[in-house]
Write a protein that binds this ligand. Sequence first.
Ligand code: PEP
Ligand code: MG
Length: 887
Amino acid sequence: MPDAKKYVFAFEEGNKDMKETLGGKGANLAEMTSLGIKVPPGFTITTEVCDVYYKNNKTYPAEIKEQIAQKLQALETKMGKKLGDPTDPLLVSVRSGAAASMPGMMDTILNLGLNDQSVLGLAAKTGNERFAWDSYRRLIQMMGDVVLEVEHAEFEHILESVKETKGAKFDTDLTAEDLKEIVTKYKAKIKEIKGIDFPQNPLEQLQHAIDAVFNSWNNYRAIRYREINNIRGLLGTAINIQAMVFGNLGDDSGTGVCFTRNPSTGEAKFYGEYLMNAQGEDVVAGIRTPLPVSALETQLPEIYKELVDTCNKVEKHYRDMQDMEFTIQQGKLYILQARSGKRTTTAAVQIAVDFVSENMITKDEAILRIDPNQLNQLLHKQLDPLAKQQAEVIAQGLPASPGAAVGQIVFTAAEAFAKASTGANVILVRTETSPEDIDGMHAAKGILTARGGMTSHAAVVARGMGTCCVAGCADITVDEKAKTLTIKASGIILKEGEEITLDGADGKVYAGRLTTKDPELSGNFGILMGWADEVRKIGVRTNADTPNDAQVARNFGAEGIGLCRTEHMFFEGERIKAVREMILSADITGRQKALAKLLPYQKEDFIGLFHAMDGFPATIRLLDPPLHEFLPTEEKDIYDLAREMEVDVGTLKAKIADLHEFNPMLGHRGCRLAVTYPEIYDMQVTAIIEAAIEVKQKCPRCERSTEVKPEIMIPLVATTKEFSMIKERIVEIVEKKMTEAGVKLDYKVGTMIEVPRAALVADKIVEAGAEFFSFGTNDLTQMGAGLSRDDAGKFLKEYVNKGIYEYDPFEVLDQEGIGELIRIAIKKGRGVKPELKIGICGEHGGEPITVEFCHREGFNYVSCSPFRVPIARLAGAQAAIKEKLKK
Ligand code: PEP
Ligand code: MG
């Protein structure tokens, strides 16, 4: 008979590479155990069990019972205690832990093994009756809430009312007798609501706890957390069952959370918080405000030293900043957990750069450590220092997550979500947040809490999301029911809908709206990006329609323009009038007259672009959208336009109706316009070349000869003939202009590949003279997958949830399908002209997974919006490093 499958591992049997099976927490506990770090012993039930549990209608593999029993027995032997022993009980914690960290999203049960008998044994054994009864009431509360589904508030209500009658300010003021009373009341409440007794058999408790943790893998907040953080493809959660150690055994006991470096700034300084005589949940829940870990140095110097040494050892071992939980039980230090610490991007960059200079990691590793999408956080706005100087600080909290946020106050997550979906900027103000608030926290521009430290739920989650957060703001009280925020010192009351400003960098809160400014991208960021550029092979250009965007993108490191959508230049001020006149002209003479008015505007814009590019190439796309997009729709505008153009309203309306298309995305747009009205592109090409000649001779902006590399791009080409007809006309104009001016320009004429047919005849298009391809993956996805760009968003989310598409194909390129069209086009195009320049200018060009695809497929460059340029630079570097590592 083959050996039974192994579903349960003692900590001694695992290691850090077993994350998929043991979950992150389990794998790390195993690794630390083998490193000789003092971890309370225990065992892990694998993620595979969770998978089997869900696949088999919430039933377990047959072998599991026996395997758990064996490991439990071994644990009892090791601890010299037995679960449920009435004289000296072993207590265990039951905790979730998936391969990816999901802080606070799943359930946990602590103090398991206590019942009406063993609580007496624990009291006698520890000589601490109060502690025993406090542990028991915590177990009942947790099991009651998580397993028996009695609302948390029911227990809180009992706790608060006993505190009130006993005159206890804090939980710690309650005596053993008070706690006994609470236990009796808790049990009665469960009986009243659920009609059952609190389970007394510890093995039954254990089974309930295991069921509850597996069930919590698919609770709403866990599912949402995975969605928001793009966590996919996991089997489920593992479960860690571990001997309990206690931080609430008196004044020589305590518990805390620490980071080996500052998770907010990255500073190489040991950082954390702790509470004496408390359990871990007290620190995280933010019910009591903890002390900074530096205070432990005076309070318990030896423990402090041991903690620092252990943390350093673990950081060195993992070669990464660690987030660790520790407990001191009667003067003895235990490490409960270590994992790579969540950090702000500022901290991530600082730590990566520091690790390189400390010779802990290589530059390549440093580059791979930063999630390119995370760079968004660095590009966050900051408060204008001048505005800060003049504004009055109304409250001070902890700088829990950086950035600046301005918005209207809301007091519940649901309101935050609802208001934000109407486009409002909201600040979620809470006494403290809980995992249920996830949607509202995600929707809010900023989060302000009255309680909790730097490691409170609000702080951890906000940092992960890159949302500005001020936590533990003791200067305020929040009344969620009355929807008010009161500034304690002044008594000022702020109500829902009033505006406030948060500064996540220093924890200050201001009334009203302060101005913000763009961040500066130098220092460590500059160093890291410099390293990235050294290894990156793929070019990064920008999609920019205005000289200002082009300049911003250059500052972010863009190496050219990959797409200038010239139609955006048609909307401003006086221009739209000329455009409308052109569209509505009855004949070519009228159109040319109107186009002549547009030419100087276009030329001026191109001069600005060429100047900003200072010798880098600029791809300029000729007019693309259907003409009716430029026409008025409101009755009043139509009347005004008719008056201005001196045509009657009826004629104008008829013309507008005539231009209407049922499916404009597949209609008279792109190069199809130029087939019908070639004079439009004639004007645009003239403007491009006249601007280029001027800038090359003497740029009107900087008064010096500046290199120009115009790349004229024809949109929506489907057939070879469209391309060759239009190119011929372009070349004629360019050559004539160059001869007249006596200037030779380095120019190219190419095409977008955005209609599937063009991809399939790409070789012929190159034979017809295309000098470059730029993949317009927005339209290529639309037409290739038959998904409307404008409407599919409504149902694509469901497609992604059901795994039909792994990602929204308009965000992350569908490499299997649309990617295949791209591969075909590249193969055919480069088959004719091996040096054919290839780029991408759809929205995917700044998306890291797509950038890696483009690198692999041999693209010359990607092009994306200015703010995504640094993301694409880093993603390009990572793609090059990953390729090197594969070889
Ligand atoms: C595209 O289709 O990918 C593209 C860049 O063009 P637009 O988005 O302007 O249609
Ligand atoms: Mg397009």
